[in-house]
Write a protein that binds this ligand. Structure first.
Ligand SMILES: Nc1ncnc2c1ncn2[C@@H]1O[C@H](COP(=O)(O)OP(=O)(O)OP(=O)(O)O)[C@@H](O)[C@H]1O
Length: 267
């Protein structure tokens, strides 16, 4: 297929999403390109998770309205092919592994990403290169020392790194991370954000959060969700203002920045 938009990751125009008849997303326009790193910010219930489901093809646009929905310059994707290009890290996936994969080791969680399976099976022929790559991924994610640790014995941060590893073995062009620091204490949150910063050297990051302090320096663009739509989007310095945040969180916010980190000064 002739891709007219070679560096495009997401190209959405005029997308509406409903659950039954209840509108959840309206007039979604979003363009994300390779080498950009985005944060999607919004209050509880503003539609962030629904937007991720739309991106991951778990939900489809309402066909009542004319729309454009392209990922990596293509309209149609098989779920496995899409996953190779886009690592989608959600808490649902985390919870699924906790429940269904507690017997798996770090190494198995990562290696089985090649087949998108829960576990490694005899009929799966892994090449030497695939084993080598899995070890490189463990090293990159700083979990090589827990290679044989079982999911059931892992901390939240360790399991979340394993899940990222599963996606990383495909060398995806982008990662979507939906509230990736949920359940982490302050130290683990800090080191996890540093890890995402490191990951941003390998792929575009789309970080979905409502924690301002998680917006790391490499983030270049911001989308603000409010009232079922993307209220504003664009370059970080233009969009991330006290005024805009006050509007989407419906509370007076004074945004400050110190040592390349954003924080809320007073409310
Ligand atoms: N399965 C569903 N059926 C009906 N309505 C739903 C469903 N899932 C979500 N919603 C509604 O859609 C809206 C957007 O929800 P969504 O989970 O996308 O928001 P969010 O920004 O991710 O919120 P949070 O920050 O709390 O995770 C909410 O009003 C929610 O109640």
């Amino acid at each position: 297929m002739n891709n007219k938009n070679p560096d495009s990751i997401i190209d959405f125009e005029n997308i509406y999403v409903s659950y039954d008849v209840k509108p959840i997303l309206e007039n979604i326009n979003l363009k994300i390109k390779e080498k950009q790193h985005w944060v999607i910010l919004g209050s509880n219930g503003s539609g962030k998770s629904t937007l991720i489901k739309l991106i991951s093809n778990d939900l489809y646009p309402n066909t009542k309205y004319p729309f454009k929905k392209e990922m990596f310059g293509k309209k149609r994707w098989g779920i496995l092919d899409l996953k190779k290009n886009l690592g989608i890290i959600t808490n649902d996936l985390h919870n699924y592994f906790e429940k269904q994969g507690s017997f798996l080791s770090t190494y198995e969680v990562v290696l089985s990403g090649y087949f998108s399976s829960i576990g490694v099976f005899k009929h799966q022929d892994f090449t030497k290169e695939q084993h080598k790559k899995a070890l490189e991924v463990l090293e990159f994610l700083e979990i090589l020392d827990i290679k044989d640790k079982r999911v059931g014995q892992m901390s939240t941060g360790q399991l979340r790194r394993c899940i990222i590893g599963r996606a990383l073995i495909h060398n995806p062009k982008a990662f979507i991370l939906d509230e990736p620091t949920v359940g982490l204490d302050i130290k683990a949150q800090n080191s996890f954000i540093k890890l995402i910063q490191k990951l941003s050297s390998k792929a575009s990051i789309i970080l979905v959060t409502h924690h301002i302090e998680e917006i790391f320096d490499e983030i270049s663009h911001v989308a603000l969700m409010y009232n079922k739509t993307i209220f504003k989007q664009g370059k970080k310095d233009e969009i991330l203002t006290s005024e805009n945040l006050s509007e989407i969180f419906e509370i007076d916010i004074k945004l400050e920045k110190e040592n390349q980190k954003y924080y809320i000064k007073s409310i």
